[in-house]
Design a protein around this ligand. Structure first.
Ligand SMILES: Cc1cc2nc3c(=O)[nH]c(=O)nc-3n(C[C@H](O)[C@H](O)[C@H](O)COP(=O)(O)O)c2cc1C
Length: 196
């Protein structure tokens, strides 16, 4: 990104969405593996890596997949405000996204996400022990040949985040650049520079 572009809020936002969108398709992008934050039942912060499966800048939506047996499923259901974070050291850029989330299980969105997933990705949802279950020893990975077609779908969820806040921080020797974009309920956007 040129210095000129970095000084233009519209260009910063377009670049932020380009990076996020790339993360949904390019497994080598740092944005492929965002950190998702939730709040536990006890009010404690909780973080974990997920694979970014979809990003739609026009709708300002992101999608990742998870297992309804996991702790995050309960946490995501409890408080519908989610936050994601990525830092890409290659371009010294951090993006923080937050907004309202929704969990899709056994509905059109979930089915479409399931159908669009690779067989290997679906496999973990067919594991007999859900994420976080106490086991006597690390279990062997489920094998494609051992599971029936469609197995695991009952545990599969597509999680959609509708972004209403995006924060950009780009580190540069010439001066760090931080910008915040907020969308109101009508979709009107405000954007401003912040001190880094
Ligand atoms: C590289 C990487 C990718 C991951 N992708 C996902 C994912 O897409 N969905 C998911 O639920 N967990 C994913 N995990 C596992 C989570 O980080 C986490 O360990 C697990 O989901 C249990 O989290 P929870 O107990 O907070 O629910 C991934 C972990 C790593 C290291």
């Amino acid at each position: 990104m040129s210095k000129k572009l970095q000084l233009d809020l519209d260009s910063v936002l377009a670049e932020a969405w380009r990076l996020v969108q790339l993360g949904a398709t390019d497994r080598n992008s740092a944005f492929h593996l965002p950190t998702v934050a939730t709040v536990t039942r006890d009010g404690m912060p909780n973080l974990r890596t997920v694979v970014l499966r979809g990003a739609d800048p026009d709708r300002r939506s992101l999608r990742f997949h998870t297992d309804r047996r996991s702790a995050k499923f309960e946490e995501l259901g409890q408080i519908s405000q989610y936050a994601l974070h990525v830092y890409d050291p290659a371009i010294q850029t951090q993006i923080r996204l937050s907004g309202t989330g929704e969990i899709h299980h056994d509905d059109i969105e979930a089915k479409s996400a399931w159908d669009g997933s690779a067989a290997m990705s679906r496999l973990c949802y067919a594991a007999p022990d859900g994420p976080g279950a106490v086991v006597p020893a690390p279990p062997a990975a489920p094998r494609l040949e051992d599971v029936a077609e469609g197995a695991g779908y009952e545990n599969f969820c597509a999680v959609i985040l509708h972004v209403d806040r995006l924060e950009w921080l780009h580190l540069a020797a010439s001066g760090h650049q931080r910008a915040r974009f907020v969308w109101d309920a009508s979709g009107n956007r405000s954007g401003e520079w912040l001190a880094p």
